[in-house]
Write a protein that binds this ligand. Structure first.
Ligand code: NAD
Length: 462
C-alpha cells in the first residue's frame, strides 16, 4: 500500500452528475461498482440513491425494519426535496435495493460505506456504539480487497482504530479504510450530492483512494475539487468545517444583539462585510441560534477532543455559550412585546431546525418553546413538515395543521423556521384574528414595513 503524504491535494478537477440527467444514459452494468451503504437515514438514503443514479449497483442496509419496509415501497420517512423521486426511480431501474441482512449485503461489494448515526454521548463525545457494532460484524465478513468507507462523522483517530481492530479480530485482515465525510445540507441534500462543493477522500492506500474517486467520477458532468488526504486529516476537516460554520452564525447573532442596542440594521452590516471575499455572505444571517443534527454534536466532540489532549481552545466553548444565550434572547424578545408571559398565548410558525426538512434534532425551537412554557405561556404551533418527534420533545404545545389557527387569540406570533410559505400568509388577516398584534420574526423573513402598516409591533433579529 502506498502511503499518502497527508497533504491536502486538489488532485482532480472532476465532474458531478446532474440529477436531471437520464439515469440510463449515465449508468450501465459495465461502468458501475457494487456498493453497500450501511444506514438508511438522511445521509445513507441520499448516498445510496445518488450512487445508484451514477450507475452503481447499490444495496442499502438498515436494522430498522419499519424504516426498510417504507423505503422498499418507495416512501421516505422524512421530508427531503427530490429524494422520493430519486429513490423510486433507482429502485425501479434495478440499481437500488434496501435490505436488512447486513452480512449478505456486504458479500461481493467493492466498497462498503458506513452512514450510521454518531450522536453525542452524555459526556458530549461522539457515541460510536452503532458504528462499533457494525465493525464487529464486518470484521468477520469483509475480505481483503474490499474497501470500508466511513461517511459518518467520526472522531479523529477512528479509522486507524478500525484498521487495528480488523487486523486483530474476525478474519484478521489488513483492510483499506477510507474517510469520506459528508457535507450535504438537509433540505438541499439531493442537490448537494450531485453538486458538491468538494469531495474529501482520506486514507493511506492510493489504490483505495483511486477506487473511491472513481465511484464519484463515474457520474460527473462538471468540475468539482477532490481533496485527498490521510484519514486523520479527513476526519478533522469535517469537524473543523462544522465548528467554523457554528462560529460564523454565532458571530452574526452576537453582532445582531449589539446592533439591536445601538439601532443599526445588522442585515445591512452583514451585506457589506460579506462582500469581502475573506468573510463571504453565507451564514451571515442572524436568527434564533444554530441547531440541527450535526453542528451541536460536532462542536461538543471538537471541544471534548481538545480537552482529552490537554489543548486549551476558547472559541468553541464561547460559540456554544453564545448560542444558548441566543435562545434566551429570543425568549426575551417575546417577553418584551407581551409583558407578562404567564398566561400569554404564543402562536408559533416553524419547529424544524431549518426550512425544507422534517428534522427536529436540536432545533432552536425546542429550548425557546420550553422556556416559554416553563414561564406559563400557552403555545400553539404550526410546522408544515416537522416529524412525529414533536410529541415527545414538546409534549405541552398544541400543534395545529393550519397556520392561521396559531394566530387565533394570540398575544404574539413567533417565527422560528424560515419556511418560505410563511411569507405568503395573509398577515393582515392574521393581525385581525390575534388578540394583540405582536410579532417576533426570529428569521427576518417578513417585510417589517408591511407588518407595521398592518399595525403590528414587529421585532426581528438585528
Ligand atoms: P440517521 O440517524 O438519520 O441515520 C442513521 C441510520 O443508521 C438509521 O436509519 C439507523 O436505523 C441506522 N443504523 C443504526 N445502527 C445500525 C446498525 N447496527 N445496522 C444498520 N443500520 C443501523 O443519521 P444521519 O443524519 O443520516 O447521519 C449519519 C451520519 O452522517 C452521522 O455521523 C452524521 O453526523 C453525519 N452527517 C449527517 C448529516 C445530516 O445532515 N444529517 C450531514 C453530514 C454528515
Amino acid at each position: 500500500m502506498k502511503k499518502s503524504d497527508g497533504n491536502i491535494g486538489n488532485t482532480n478537477n472532476n465532474i458531478i452528475a446532474n440529477p436531471q440527467h437520464d439515469p440510463v444514459a449515465l449508468s450501465g452494468p459495465l461502468r458501475g461498482e457494487k456498493i453497500c451503504v450501511i444506514g438508511a437515514g438522511f445521509v445513507g438514503t441520499v448516498t445510496a440513491s445518488g450512487f445508484a443514479r451514477f450507475g452503481h449497483q447499490v444495496v442499502c442496509v438498515d436494522n430498522d425494519r419499519k424504516l426498510l419496509s417504507m423505503l422498499s415501497s418507495g416512501r421516505i420517512p422524512f421530508y427531503e426535496r427530490d429524494l422520493e423521486e430519486l429513490v423510486k426511480s433507482e429502485m425501479s431501474g434495478g440499481r437500488l435495493i434496501f435490505e436488512s441482512d447486513l452480512e449478505k449485503s456486504v458479500e461481493g461489494r467493492k466498497a462498503v460505506f458506513l452512514t450510521v448515526g454518531t450522536p453525542s454521548s452524555n459526556g458530549g463525545r461522539a457515541d460510536l456504539t452503532a458504528l462499533q457494532e457494525i465493525i464487529s460484524l464486518l470484521s468477520k465478513k469483509m475480505r481483503s480487497g474490499q474497501i470500508l468507507v466511513i461517511k459518518s462523522t467520526v472522531p479523529v483517530g477512528t479509522a486507524t482504530m478500525i484498521k487495528i481492530y480488523f487486523s486483530d479480530n474476525g478474519n484478521r485482515i489488513d483492510i483499506d479504510v477510507i474517510n469520506n465525510p459528508e457535507f450535504l445540507r438537509e433540505g438541499n441534500a439531493v442537490n448537494d450530492f450531485f453538486n458538491p462543493h468538494r469531495i474529501v477522500i482520506g486514507g493511506n492506500s492510493s489504490g483505495a483512494i483511486e477506487t473511491i474517486s472513481h465511484i464519484y467520477k463515474i457520474g460527473m458532468t462538471r468540475p468539482v475539487p477532490i481533496f485527498t488526504t490521510n484519514n486523520e486529516t479527513a476526519e478533522m476537516i469535517k469537524y473543523a468545517s462544522n465548528v467554523f460554520l457554528a462560529t460564523k452564525i454565532g458571530f452574526v447573532n452576537e453582532l445582531a444583539r449589539l446592533c439591536d442596542s445601538v439601532g443599526v440594521n445588522t442585515l445591512e452590516v452583514a451585506r457589506a462585510i460579506g462582500a469581502d471575499p475573506r468573510i463571504g455572505h453565507r451564514f451571515l444571517e442572524p436568527g434564533p441560534g444554530w441547531g440541527g443534527s450535526c453542528l451541536p454534536k460536532d462542536l461538543q466532540e471538537f471541544i471534548g477532543l481538545a480537552e482529552s489532549l490537554g489543548v486549551s481552545l476558547f472559541i468553541p466553548r464561547a460559540v456554544n455559550e453564545a448560542n444558548l444565550h441566543q435562545f434566551k434572547h429570543i425568549f426575551l424578545k417575546v417577553k418584551n412585546l407581551v409583558g407578562n408571559i404567564n398566561g400569554a398565548r404564543i402562536g408559533v410558525l416553524g419547529l424544524t431546525f431549518k426550512a425544507n426538512t422534517s428534522d427536529l434534532r436540536e432545533s432552536p425551537a425546542i429550548p425557546i418553546l420550553l422556556k416559554l412554557i416553563e414561564n406559563g405561556a400557552d403555545v400553539v404551533a404550526y410546522d408544515p413538515a416537522a416529524d412525529g418527534e414533536v410529541k415527545s420533545l414538546l409534549p405541552d404545545i398544541i400543534r395545529v395543521h393550519d397556520p392561521y389557527k396559531t394566530a387565533e387569540g394570540a398575544d404574539c406570533m413567533l417565527i422560528l423556521t424560515e419556511w418560505s410559505d410563511f411569507q405568503l400568509l395573509d398577515w393582515k388577516r392574521i393581525g385581525e384574528i390575534m388578540k394583540s398584534k405582536n410579532i417576533v420574526d426570529a428569521r427576518n423573513i417578513l417585510t417589517p414595513e408591511l407588518l407595521k402598516r398592518y399595525g403590528f409591533n414587529y421585532a426581528g433579529v438585528g
